[in-house]
Ligand binder design. Structure first.
Ligand code: NAD
Ligand code: UFG
Length: 353
């Protein structure tokens, strides 16, 4: 009887097991998604050119998962390489993370962004078309909304990205719209992330910004560890409760589970293209995040208030209802969890040095 049940279990597992290609899968978000999908019984293959991550992430994933994920070093713009990976690994779904993501850098060097992000996405889609692989999850961003006209931001909010980076995200979404209209076989989910923060609770993987961080939580964590002197708070005269900027911070593991939900949603009868916010639905100010991080790290975090950062907005947070209605997903982890896991990751990084 027991062996029969084990056999039934194996059949069920095989039926629901997906072979998933993660482009950019050694990066911050992709590595956490690799953990969640592998632990859910799916088979992941990672393609990354290592332009913004370290090869060591693969060893850390192996430690977490107890087995090494399949990894290919290469560039998504090499269409024949993507094609051969899709065939060799019998891929049925692709999650496309690979891309550059710095707003400031994209303003200074827009061609770098149009080349990498746009040509990269077109190349992956072309290879998928050639191999008749038609399930695609795309890492989009809340930056496509531009300055909010109302809050919380739902998916119907007007689109007005302000940087070349944001424009590449919107242009890829438009390409996806045309693609699904041209061929009813495609099933696509574009996930618009709000502000991913935190790390896997093992402390083995997390965000590793190059040089001085631009984003708030990595900056706070480096002040807490003593690598940076003090946090500069960009403006305390916004129209918010404490005058500092408000954002929708989402734990990267919640975000990762959102990808699992999206892939499973693609296997059900669903609309050809779904555009879905991944956020918590709650805003948190810079000062509130700072205080929570002080508690999580048991350290005082020095700060000074400086000028507003050009291009920043007062408040931005998601209406996350669609993700729940369509995919049954909502965020579970608190700001306290985000700060604690970020601190654990920061401490483990410091120990390595
Ligand atoms: P990341 O830089 O940590 O990961 C991206 C990975 O893609 C890196 O490992 C990099 O080496 C790889 N890569 C880049 N160009 C490539 C190419 N041409 N070929 C192969 N590999 C390539 O970034 P992340 O934070 O993990 O973000 C993942 C995706 O999510 C990106 O598309 C980003 O724009 C989007 N996103 C991120 C955030 C955020 O705050 N982290 C917010 C919204 C959207
Ligand atoms: N901030 C500071 N000091 C810092 C860094 C940030 O006060 O050193 C403040 C900002 O002014 C803002 C808040 O902290 O009020 C959050 O700033 P982040 O840079 O962490 O995040 P943003 O919302 O500005 O932008 C991020 C990504 C974008 C993405 C956007 C929406 O950097 O790529 O979230 O997903 F488009």
């Amino acid at each position: 009887m027991q062996s029969f049940l084990r056999w039934v279990g194996l059949v069920i597992l095989e039926t629901f097991r997906l072979n998933i290609l993660l482009t950019g899968g050694l990066g911050y978000v992709g590595s956490h998604v690799a953990v969640v999908l592998t632990e859910a019984g799916h088979q992941v293959t990672i393609l990354d050119n290592l332009s913004n991550c370290k090869h060591a992430v693969l060893d850390r994933l192996t430690k977490i998962l107890g087995k090494e994920p399949t990894f290919i070093k290469g560039d998504v713009r090499e269409t024949s390489l993507v094609e051969s990976i899709l065939k060799t690994h019998s891929i049925d779904s692709v999650v496309h993370f690979a891309g550059l993501k710095s707003v400031g850098e994209s303003v200074l060097d827009p061609m770098l962004y149009y080349n990498n992000n746009l040509i990269g996405a077109i190349s992956v889609l072309k290879a998928m078309q050639l191999c008749r692989v038609k399930k695609f999850v795309f890492s989009s961003s809340a930056t496509v909304y531009g300055s909010p006209q109302y809050l919380p931001i739902d998916e119907m909010h007007p689109l007005n990205p302000e940087s070349p980076y944001g424009k590449t995200k919107l242009q890829i979404e438009l390409i996806l719209r045309d693609l699904v209209a041209s061929d009813s076989g495609w099933k696509v989910v574009a996930l618009r992330y709000f502000n991913p923060v935190g790390a896997h609770d093992s402390g083995l993987i997390g965000e590793e910004p190059n040089g001085t961080p631009n984003n708030l939580m990595p900056y706070i964590s480096q002040v807490a560890i003593g690598a940076l002197k003090r946090l500069k708070i960009f403006g305390s005269d916004y129209e918010t409760l404490d005058g500092t900027g408000i954002r929708d911070y989402i734990h990267v593991m919640d975000l990762a589970e959102g990808h699992q939900a999206a892939l499973e949603y693609l296997s059900e009868p669903s609309e050809p293209l779904s555009i879905i916010n991944l956020g918590t639905g709650y805003g948190c100010s810079v000062l509130d995040l700072l205080k929570l991080y002080e508690i999580a790290s048991s350290r005082r975090i020095p700060f000074e208030v400086t000028e507003r950062r050009p291009g920043d907005i007062a408040s931005c947070y998601a209406n996350a209802d669609k993700a729940f209605k369509r995919m049954g997903w909502k965020s579970k982890r608190s700001l306290k969890n985000m700060c604690e896991d970020s601190w654990k990751w920061q401490m483990s990084q410091a120990l390595k040095k």
